[in-house]
Design a protein around this ligand. Structure first.
Ligand SMILES: Cc1ncc(COP(=O)(O)O)c(C=O)c1O
Length: 412
């Protein structure tokens, strides 16, 4: 079975705004599904009051927020008490740095990478410095930008407290084998594992218990939804963390890692992403008794096949040009390459090339995309950076053809 791309595209009104425009900046933030807009509109039209009181619109507002919370816990195969909905992943990791790092002491060690977006790097480094904790850096291969387990193993010690890494870099686009890495970390140390999945979740919603991680975060505004971030914290480690809630809310798992007041309508609209996935599932597979997470695994098979077919011709084109340095894996054959494709043109600046692509109607950008350490350590100017073309499952072969033609022209 194949993904019905016409059905998919009919769920995103913004795709029909301008038929001549190709949106290739999805890793920056995706279009919002119509299902999400419907939930948001309903909330604002009918239940826009302080939630969780007994009077009708307030009770309905609370129920709409609870629907999002319980639905996403099912989608991720975790308990509701393990899920926090926060304002952004940068804010969620910032809060977690206070919760996790509060009890760090000199002699402890942490491992961070130079592959990550700064949201999963700087907050931990800063807290470690404050606490006198040793920071070890798991480094990418400076040519490809890829991380290897071999480079991680010598960094693991008895006193390694946490390892922070990414499910998929927003520049390298290659998917790190999180379950295997986590297993290796846990076999060789007592360390906890935190994973940034912001660049991966738009392509696959994982079963988090199967991954075995202790913390996991991603942003729904890149997963066809509202500007919110989901944060998983394994209940087995809640006791090791310091609550960041008001003192009288401490011990309430929905509040311990989110001192911000929730953005009620946005939280409710998170359920709209699941409504979209429900519609996608039903359209392709019909009615089911399967768990929400199992449905997402079925959908993933369709999306993976479709996204591989989007990425392959672009990677193929770029890797055979002598005037381009392609970052990350150069093919999709191993099913571990998201269609987030970054490259450095060698005979012109990234900015100049991005402008030519934009003039040809391709929505793309150049820069370091806040993976500042990575871009610098790849030997690329951090200001000009790379050009990034990022597609998701609603992109189609017509988009790919337009991108290839524009690239051919712009590279000369
Ligand atoms: C890989 C990655 N991690 C973290 C973030 C930060 O997410 P947020 O914008 O929700 O703070 C981004 C944002 O672009 C990202 O791409």
């Amino acid at each position: 079975m194949k993904l019905d791309i016409d059905f998919v595209r009919a769920q995103f009104d913004q795709l029909n705004d301008d038929p001549d425009f190709v949106f290739a900046s999805n890793a920056g933030g995706s279009y919002v599904s119509n299902q999400v807009n419907r939930v948001m509109e309903h909330y604002n039209h009918h239940t826009r009051v302080q939630p969780y009181s007994r009077f009708t619109p307030s009770a309905q507002a609370g129920a709409a927020m609870d629907r999002a919370h319980s639905g996403w816990a099912q989608a991720l195969n975790i308990a509701q008490s393990e899920l926090t909905v926060g304002p952004s992943t940068s804010m969620n990791t910032y809060v977690m740095a206070q919760a996790i790092g509060d009890r760090w002491k000199p002699g402890d060690e942490i491992i961070v990478t130079n592959q990550d977006h700064e949201a999963n790097s700087g907050v931990w480094r800063r807290k470690a410095q404050e606490k006198g904790v040793t920071i070890r850096q798991w480094e990418v291969d400076p040519d490809s930008g890829l991380l290897s387990l071999d480079a991680l193993l010598p960094l693991l010690r008895d006193n390694t407290r946490w390892v922070f890494f990414t499910h998929c870099s927003n520049v390298v686009g290659t998917i790190n084998p999180v379950a295997e890495i986590t297993k290796t970390i846990k076999a060789g140390s007592n360390a906890r594992v935190f994973v940034d999945a912001v660049a991966y979740a738009p392509h696959h919603i994982f079963d988090l218990k199967a991954l075995g991680v202790d913390g996991y975060a991603f942003s729904l505004y890149k997963v066809f939804g509202p500007h919110q971030s989901l944060l998983y914290v394994n209940s087995a480690i809640h006791g090791e963390l310091t609550s960041q809630a008001h003192y009288f809310n401490s011990g309430n798992p929905a509040k311990d890692f989110n001192p911000a007041g929730p953005q009620h309508a946005q939280v409710a609209a998170c359920a709209g992403v699941l409504d979209y996935f429900d519609d996608l599932y039903q359209h392709h597979f019909g009615a089911t008794e399967k768990s929400r997470n199992a449905q997402l695994q079925d959908i993933h098979q369709l999306i993976l096949q479709h996204e591989n077919a989007l990425g392959a011709p672009i990677l193929d084109f770029l890797q055979h040009r002598g005037d381009v340095r392609l970052i990350g894996k150069v093919h999709t054959r191993d099913n571990d390459r998201a269609p987030t494709i970054a490259f450095k043109p060698l005979q012109q600046s990234s900015k100049a090339l991005a402008h030519k692509l934009q003039d040809a109607g391709i929505g793309t950008e150049n820069g370091n995309f806040y993976a500042h350490r990575l871009v610098g350590d790849l030997g690329i100017d951090t200001e000009d950076g790379v050009v990034r073309l990022s597609l998701v499952h609603y992109s189609n072969q017509h988009d790919v053809e337009r991108i290839l033609a524009a690239l051919d022209n712009a590279l000369g």
